[in-house]
Design a protein around this ligand. Structure first.
Ligand code: PRT
Ligand code: ZN
Length: 302
């Protein structure tokens, strides 16, 4: 049944979260790859107008399962969801396997264990005998096993952070991004189990039809889009005495263009392929650079 469904389609189908944190960034990324869609009235299906690539808009939790069942070929999900369901798949390997094929650089968060503020936490053994609420039982069980801790996993579908207040658990294992939700619930983060971001997952099986070429094309375009997104053009004035230090501080940069300027300074410009942070700019300033300007790149042909 799966094998025949797998053979039949000549259009690539991608699972995208219907409504949530990943929805708009995923659609924006596909648009940057040049894909245009027409949405169905019930808003569950987007028909690819300029390429044979369609979208199914569903709950993010359902996307790995849809790949396993050959309903979708690719999907945008959090690494948290993909890893959790990948562990479940290993325990019950039915359907098609899937894998992470690209990290997408949005939706960053981490899966962490958090305990009440008043706890004197001294390591994983502190969790012995405790009830831990989570929506990620497989990841939590893996962590407990790795640390040989015996604790009770309380599986909850949502509102995990209020479980200790309600008395249904002693502590939690949940996603954290800013940490504000933990603070609001008088909890502190004590263990990080997984660093997550949005990723593209794909069935590991090679397609015997047009979808193989379409998947490759999409991955290539995504590569290009993500490269340009991180790249920045950096310009500054640097003291001649510190040129070697300053050019060494440029993150993943092409060779810098250096032109002599007045007063012992040179104009330095370079294309940086890594994300520039305030720390990078502050380090350049501390090394003597001034008038530092960061410019976004719209398109690049190298
Ligand atoms: O309906 P559906 O199942 O599709 O939606 P959902 O509720 O499962 O998904 P959604 O949109 O909340 O999250 C989708 C994905 O976004 C997750 O699987 C993560 O990969 C990613 N993501 C990034 C997050 C967060 N950041 C995040 N902060 N998902 C959830 N949260 C929640 C967290 O669970 C906690 O309740 O935000 C709260 C913590 O946030 P801070 O900023 O207070 O720490
Ligand atoms: Zn979900």
């Amino acid at each position: 049944m799966i094998a025949s469904a797998f053979k039949q389609r000549d259009r690539l189908r991608i699972g995208v979260q219907k409504s949530g944190r990943l929805t708009q960034p995923s659609l924006d990324l596909l648009a940057s790859c040049g894909l245009k869609f027409r949405q169905s009235r019930d808003k569950l299906f987007c028909y690819g107008e300029n390429m044979p690539v369609d979208l199914l808009l569903v709950r993010d939790d359902d996307i790995p399962g849809m790949i396993r069942d050959a309903v979708c070929d690719l999907g945008f999900v959090g690494r948290n969801e993909s890893t959790e369901q990948g562990l479940a798949w290993r325990a019950d390997p039915s359907g098609l396997p899937f894998e992470e094929v690209k990290a997408l650089d949005f939706g960053a968060c981490r899966l962490s264990i958090a305990v009440p503020l008043e706890w004197d936490y001294s390591g994983p053994q502190t969790l012995t005998g405790k009830r831990i609420a989570t929506s990620y039982p497989e990841l939590l069980k893996r962590f407990l096993k790795q640390h040989a801790v015996s604790a009770q996993v309380v599986e909850l579908a949502g509102s995990v952070e209020i479980a200790p207040k309600l008395g249904t658990a002693d502590c939690i294992c949940d996603l954290v991004s800013s940490g504000a939700t933990l603070t609001a619930n008088a909890l502190k983060e004590v263990e990080r189990l997984l660093e997550s971001e949005a990723i593209l997952i794909s069935s590991t099986t090679r397609f015997a039809d047009e979808r193989e070429g379409l998947r490759e094309l999409l991955l290539r375009r995504l590569d290009g889009v993500l490269k340009v997104r991180d790249a920045k053009f950096l310009m500054m004035q640097a003291p001649d005495s510190a040129l070697a230090l300053i050019t060494s501080l440029l993150p993943n940069a092409d060779p810098a263009t250096i032109l002599p300027a007045a007063g012992g300074f040179s104009s330095v410009s370079a294309l940086c392929h890594a994300r520039l942070t305030w720390e990078h700019l502050e380090a350049l300033k501390a090394a003597g650079a001034r008038s530092i300007v960061v410019l976004p790149i719209d398109q690049m042909l190298v």
